[in-house]
Design a protein around this ligand. Structure first.
Ligand code: ADP
Ligand code: MG
Length: 231
């Protein structure tokens, strides 16, 4: 379902005249099948988030191929990327990125609004999703009225509401205590089993990585381990 080949990206950093080139993605190759949970581990600064950003189409790689469901997305325009992203990806971030002025219900509803789904269908879908992640009781609350674990469940519900086949999680349990982290990880496992959703989980935490079917390691701009090289 996701095939990445010869992916390469270099950042130019520093002041004008003293620029330095950092080759963050040197030669990334891997293949992930539908329904797999894959963890990408690696030190801070090793390029994990950059890789995820290119897969999601937020960032254009310098070169290489990213094929998702038989579609080459590396050369997409911004408009094409946005449309493709809404249909294919859900995101879970470390800092949740919920809208503070919107209720739980409204936060989860947002991606459906962006897709132009009618209010009646939105209400039905959001209600079902909130039941699934056990947030019905707090659906009218604002994010700052929730615990960290609840906020992360809202962001998972928002990620899942459009039924994307792929969820990208970037250090998504990094700010949670270990008990809450366990709850979130078991929710991810449950969603993976129920709906055959593909998860790519970025983490620097080996315990988080242990729930994955396969574990890739990012180091020196390449991915190793977990049979990542088998294309
Ligand atoms: P990780 O997620 O593994 O911690 P990142 O992908 O965030 O690593 O960053 C990898 C490297 O690329 C770091 O050295 C970082 O400073 C650099 N980097 C990331 N994003 C940018 C950017 N937009 N511009 C310049 N350098 C960047
Ligand atoms: Mg990162």
């Amino acid at each position: 379902m996701i095939t990445v080949q010869s992916l390469q990206h270099t950042f130019t950093i520093g002041k004008k005249g003293q620029e330095k080139k950092v080759e963050v993605l040197k030669d990334i190759n891997f293949r992930i099948e539908q329904g797999e949970v894959v963890a990408i581990v690696g030190k801070s600064g090793s390029g994990k988030s950059t890789l995820l950003q290119t897969i999601a189409g937020f960032m254009k790689p310098d070169s290489g191929s990213i094929i998702i469901n038989n579609t080459e997305i590396a050369g997409f325009t911004e408009k094409q990327s946005t449309a493709f992203r809404l249909d294919h990806f859900g995101f879970i971030f470390q800092n949740f990125q919920l809208l503070p002025s919107q209720t739980v219900f409204e936060n989860v509803e947002l991606p459906l609004k962006l897709k132009g789904i009618s209010p009646a269908i939105r209400k039905k879908k959001v209600s079902e999703m909130l039941t699934k992640v056990e947030l019905t009781a707090v659906e009218d609350h604002y994010p700052n009225e929730l615990s960290g674990g609840q906020q992360q469940r809202v962001s998972i519900a928002r990620a899942m509401i459009t039924n994307p086949p792929i969820i990208l999680a970037d250090e998504s349990t990094g700010s949670l205590d270990s008990q809450t982290e366990k709850e979130i990880l078991s929710l991810i496992q449950q969603l993976n089993e129920q709906d055959n959703i593909t998860f790519i989980i970025i983490t620097h935490d080996e315990e988080v990585a242990s729930i994955a079917d396969r574990k890739f390691r990012m180091a020196d701009g390449v991915l190793v381990g977990g049979m990542a090289h088998v294309i």
